[in-house]
Design a protein around this ligand. Structure first.
Ligand SMILES: Nc1nc2c(ncn2[C@@H]2O[C@H](COP(=O)(O)OP(=O)(O)OP(=O)(O)O)[C@@H](O)[C@H]2O)c(=O)[nH]1
Ligand SMILES: [Mg+2]
Length: 210
């Protein structure tokens, strides 16, 4: 199912799409949901909500996709967009440097409203400048955020970004801010603790050989 949501339905995952006005957020969603693109420009008014069912590791996951307006006049509404989000796709436009510089502001908002959610960074419109993919974008590296080069015009990497974001969102929902490594270490620690406790219980005192 991939519909523009007219009435509220419960979803497993809330995915938010953020970035400056005209970076291509709405076209990005349209390319993913309908595999279509037209260059007609229409600014999002406040918020559009879509829903899509996806397959993650053989399980059906219902994803709400929040398409937010990039225009500054809607900034005061952003707190509600971020509320209980599980992951975020953050776009900039490779043809406009200001949209890259402003990532700091968007990143600050994510940290403020939902500190630990996974983020996927998108350098969009690479069809207009293919050589940009050789450039090293420090923002991604410095903040440890995965970076994809995409084009809504020809579809490059759009599906990959959604897949990655939803997989990260599912992981985040399961394990919160903990990484899978943290989770595995905790299980290991618990098991070692149980083993140690067992050896005390069996002999009445602690087995020092272990
Ligand atoms: N060449 C090219 N143009 C793109 C691409 N993605 C979006 N555009 C164009 O960029 C303009 C803005 O796209 P939108 O998707 O409306 O941008 P937005 O981020 O949703 O903008 P707001 O709703 O105002 O926040 C449109 O004219 C699109 O056709 C792309 O990958 N390549
Ligand atoms: Mg839009």
């Amino acid at each position: 199912m991939n519909t523009k949501v007219e009435e509220e339905k419960s979803a497993d995952i809330k995915l938010i799409i953020i970035g400056d006005a005209a970076v291509g957020k709405s076209k990005f969603i349209a390319r993913f949901l309908e595999d279509e693109y037209n260059s007609f420009r229409s600014s999002t008014k406040a918020l559009d909500l879509y829903q899509k069912e996806m397959d993650v590791d053989g399980e059906k996951v219902t994803v709400d996709i929040y398409d937010t307006a990039g225009q500054e006049k809607y900034e005061s509404l952003h707190a509600s967009y971020y509320f209980q989000a599980h992951a975020c796709i953050m776009l900039f436009d490779v043809t406009r440097k200001a949209t890259y510089t402003n990532l700091k502001k968007w990143h600050g908002e994510v940290k403020k409203y939902c500190e630990n959610i996974p983020i996927v960074l998108v350098a969009n419109k690479v069809d207009m400048n293919a050589s940009i993919t050789r450039k090293n974008f420090k923002f991604a590296e410095n903040n440890n955020i995965p970076l994809y080069f995409t084009s809504c015009a020809d579809g490059t990497n759009v599906v990959s970004v959604f897949r990655e974001a939803v997989c990260l969102a599912v992981g985040h929902k399961r394990f919160g801010s903990k990484s899978i490594v943290d989770e595995a270490l905790e299980i290991l620690e618990d098991q070692l603790f149980i083993k140690e406790k067992d050896s005390i219980d069996e002999k009445g005192n602690k087995d020092t050989k272990n």
